[in-house]
Structure formats: structure tokens, C-alpha cells
Design a protein around this ligand. Structure first.
Ligand code: AMP
Ligand code: ZN
Length: 473
């Protein structure tokens, strides 16, 4: 498999540390609000990556954190505590908010066919681990205490800006948002490992530590949860592009300072879902959720299909018109599959032809998770002269990666169509058959006459690519 690696800025062959096994870490949600469909774009594309790895026979162990403490409104260490903000908004405790939005997140994931990570760790359950690593970083000379907090000293490492993707200006994160600069920091890029002199008097969640009562910074969570569950050598780390700096940059700095060697080989970043006015974000307050899509009558899998039509390394613009186009394409695909299952048309069953499609799908997904090309292979397969059962089997297998429920949805449509068909009176069915014969004989005058007769009985008849459709008027 070839993957684009943000660390090297190029596509590379993916080679795990241990043959056949993959340790995969995903930054999880900050559970102070519903996930918006932008967040979920990232999780959908990571899900395809994971499923494709499994499809190729790799044994994947995937770990995800739940950020229920430590994430401030700015990705630097400034602004308000996101969890506290959520709790105040809803007049609940932080843990009530965390539980509610964690459950909501997994319920959205289920609707979008996003597999749950093998290990899910709420940050509040790993406090001892954060303290242990912070303590070790102080002992090794990479961290210092100032104003009561513990900071990572970015001047102590050679290559802090590992992704080469930010400038001096970016280091002003937070300051630009009109929040006061933290004067305790020795260097602009330094970040908090542990807040002891809580900047929030009303901080709800606090723990004992060697430096006094406090709570962890956001970045240390992911490093510790990953190292504890996936060991010292991580194969691949995922997130949205906004995580590259400062979050992932800081994760690498502290993990490698702690371990004394390189930590993670591949970095997979999904680009943003944007609206016409810019990046969709929770903090802007206006964002779209899976529940809203459902309220408007969309199957959540239409949104997954919409995401798979584009490459993960390109920004994706959300408009209702774009989603409607995806819905029309998805419905049409399901209708074509339903007619495949209905007609059971015999055809080529040669292993050569079957393997050709397998290898085309592999080339598409194996080339930096090109899901749009993967969909093209499915369309080409449907159009091909392969036997219907081979088509069904291949599509089921490809769908273990794409996660679009293609065959189950087609079977459902087929049985709904059959049920609707059984309600049609025999007289109408006979007229429709007569009309089909007239059309075949190119007797269009007779066909039109029969259509009028069918209409007089209260039914409409329409020719589609998937066959003749009879509907009650
Ligand atoms: P958060 O819950 O804010 O910690 O974000 C969860 C995940 O969603 C992170 O991996 C972010 O990088 C990602 N993310 C945030 N906004 C967007 C967006 N508009 N489009 C795609 N991914 C996003
Ligand atoms: Zn993270």
C-alpha cells in the first residue's frame, strides 16, 4: 500500500514495524458537543484506511482517546476549557456532558458504519500515566515548572517543527484570538503538560500530582494513551489537518523526548470539510450533525458516499446541492444492484476476469486510499459481462472497505419493490406486459394507447435503466 506521509511530504510504501501487524492511533473527539459532519469526514476516511488494511490481511490494533479534560478553546494553551464551557452551556457536570456526547459520538459512528476502535480510552482514566510521563520529562530536562504549571521546553529538542508546516506567526496561536499570552513560557512554542495553578477557579476535574492539585494538558493525553497501548514504536497516527500543528507536533516532541528514539513512522491527515463560509467548526456554534441530516430525510450512508466520492487529501465543500447529487447517485447505485439481484443474469465466471476487478480495486485503494477510483471500479464491475453472482460476491467484498451497505440495501429495495409489485392488480400487470411487447415491436402508437389505459386504472408506467417501473398515481 502506498500512503501519503505528512512527515515526509510524499507518498511512500507503507511498511509496518512488525510484519503483518499495524498499530494505529486516532485522535478522538473532544466531547463537549455533538461531532459535526466535518469531524465525521475525518473518522470516515480513517475508517476506510483501517478497513483497507484489514482487507489486505494486516492485523490492525486501533486505539482512540476521548478528550474529556484538558482541551482549551485555542489549540495552544489559551482560551477557555472546552468541557467546562459545554457543562455551563447545559447546566450539567463535566462528566455528565462527557458521557452524553461520547455516547452520541459512537451512535453517529454506528450510523455511518465507522467501526469502533479496538481500544477507546477517556483521558480522565489515564491521569497516573500522564503524571508518570510528565515526571520523567522533568527528570530528563525536557520540562520545567513555571508559575505552578509544568511546560515542555521546545528549545531542548533539535527538530521541533517536524512537519515544516508552520511559521513564527503560527506560534502566536491563541494570542491572535485576543487571549492574553502565557508569560510563564520560556519559548513561544512551549506547551503545558500539567496545569497546576489552575487558570480556571471553577475547574471541576482536578487530581493530586507531585506539583499540586491540577489537570493534564491536551497533547500529553494522546502520547500516553498511544504509548501505553501500542508500545514505543507506533506505525501510523491519524487526525484532521488542523491537528498537525500544534497537537501532533507537540505529541512527537514529548513522545520522542520521553522515549529517546523515533516514535511514529506514518502520519495520515484528512483535509477539512468546508462550508461556503470556511471550515466547519464546533466553536463557531453553527454546524451540521448526523441527526440533522436524518431529520432532513437523508440516510447517513449518503453522507459517507459523498465523502468517498472525493480524495481525503482535498478539501471538500459541503452544500445541500452537493449532498443531493450524492443521494441521487447512491440511490441509483442501489437500484442497479437491486436489478442485478432480481435478474440474476448469467455471464463470465472466469477467475481471470474476477481477479482483474480485484486487482483494479486494490490499485485504487492501495494508491493512497483513492476511494473515488474504488467507486469507479464498482461501476465498471456492474457494467461488465461478469456473472451476477460473481458481481455480488466482489461488491460484498469491496464493501467491507467502503462500508456503504450496498448489498443489504439492494436486497431491501428489491423486497420493497416486490411488495409494491404484489399490490398491483393483475389487470394492470397484463397491460404493462402488452405495452412492453408493443414497444419491443416498435409499435409506439399502441404502447401510448396502453399507457393511457394503465393510467385510467390509476397507475403510471416508466422505463428506466433498471427496467420497467410501475407506480400508483
Ligand atoms: P475535535 O472533536 O475538535 O477534537 O475534532 C475531532 C477530529 O475532527 C480531529 O481529528 C479534527 O482534526 C477533525 N476535524 C475538525 N474539524 C474538521 C473539519 N471541518 N473537517 C474535517 N475534520 C475536522
Ligand atoms: Zn491527539
Amino acid at each position: 500500500m502506498i500512503l501519503y506521509n505528512t512527515l515526509s511530504h510524499k507518498k511512500e510504501e507503507f511498511i509496518p514495524n512488525v510484519e503483518g501487524k499495524v498499530g494505529m492511533y486516532t485522535c478522538g473527539p473532544t466531547v463537549y458537543h455533538f461531532a459535526h459532519i466535518g469531524n465525521l469526514r475525518t473518522y470516515i476516511m480513517e475508517d476506510v484506511l483501517e478497513k483497507y488494511m484489514r482487507y489486505t490481511g494486516l492485523d490492525v490494533k486501533r486505539v482512540m482517546n476521548i478528550t474529556d479534560v484538558g482541551h482549551l478553546t485555542s489549540d495552544g494553551d489559551t482560551g477557555d476549557d472546552k468541557m467546562l464551557k459545554g457543562a455551563k452551556r447545559e447546566h450539567k457536570t463535566v462528566m455528565e456532558i462527557a458521557k452524553f456526547y461520547t455516547d452520541a459520538f459512537f451512535s453517529d459512528c454506528e450510523k455511518l458504519n465507522i467501526k469502533k476502535a479496538d481500544v477507546v480510552v477517556p483521558a480522565t482514566t489515564y491521569i497516573d500515566e500522564f503524571i508518570k510521563v510528565t515526571q520523567s520529562l522533568i527528570e530528563k530536562g525536557f520540562a520545567y515548572e513555571a508559575g505552578g504549571n509544568i511546560y515542555f521546553d521546545t528549545s531542548k529538542i533539535d527538530n521541533y517543527n517536524v512537519f515544516h508546516n508552520f511559521t513564527e506567526d503560527d506560534l502566536e496561536v491563541g494570542v491572535r484570538e485576543g487571549v492574553e499570552e502565557d508569560t510563564n513560557k520560556r519559548n513561544k512554542a512551549d506547551f503545558v503538560l500539567w496545569f497546576t495553578k489552575s487558570k480556571f477557579d471553577d475547574q471541576e476535574l482536578k487530581w493530586e500530582s507531585p506539583w499540586g492539585i491540577g489537570y493534564p494538558g491536551w497533547h500529553i493525553e494522546c502520547s500516553c494513551i498511544s504509548m501505553k497501548n501500542l508500545g514505543e514504536y507506533l506505525d501510523i497516527h491519524c487526525g484532521g489537518v488542523d491537528n498537525i500543528f500544534p497537537h501532533h507536533t507537540n505529541e512527537i516532541a514529548q513522545s520522542e523526548a520521553y522515549l529517546g528514539h523515533k516514535w511514529c513512522n506514518y502520519w495520515f491527515h484528512v483535509h477539512h470539510l468546508n462550508t461556503s463560509s470556511g471550515k466547519m467548526s464546533k466553536s463557531k456554534g453553527e454546524f451540521l450533525t448526523v441527526s440533522l441530516l436524518e431529520e432532513k430525510g437523508y440516510d447517513p450512508l449518503v453522507y459517507r458516499f459523498f465523502c468517498l466520492q472525493s480524495h481525503y487529501r482535498k478539501g471538500l465543500v459541503f452544500t445541500w446541492e452537493n449532498l443531493d447529487n450524492a443521494k441521487a447517485a447512491y440511490d441509483k447505485l442501489i437500484a442497479r444492484l437491486a436489478s442485478l439481484l432480481k435478474e440474476k443474469k448469467a455471464g463470465d465466471t472466469s477467475a481471470e476476469k474476477i481477479n482483474e476487478f480485484k486487482s483494479r480495486f486494490d490499485s485504487a485503494l492501495g494508491n493512497d486510499i483513492n476511494t473515488a477510483d474504488g467507486l469507479t471500479v464498482i461501476y465498471d464491475l456492474l457494467r461488465s459481462d461478469l456473472d451476477w453472482s460473481a458481481k455480488k460476491e466482489l461488491i460484498s467484498s469491496f464493501d467491507t472497505v467502503m462500508g456503504l451497505d450496498l448489498i443489504p440495501h439492494a436486497e431491501k429495495k428489491l423486497s420493497e419493490d416486490e411488495k409494491a409489485n404484489s399490490d398491483i392488480p393483475d389487470e394492470v400487470k397484463a397491460l404493462v406486459e402488452e405495452r412492453t411487447a408493443a414497444r419491443k415491436a416498435k409499435d409506439f402508437a399502441k404502447a401510448d394507447e396502453l399507457r393511457d389505459k394503465i393510467a385510467a386504472l390509476g397507475y403510471a408506467v416508466k422505463e428506466t435503466r433498471e427496467g420497467t417501473v410501475i407506480t400508483k398515481m
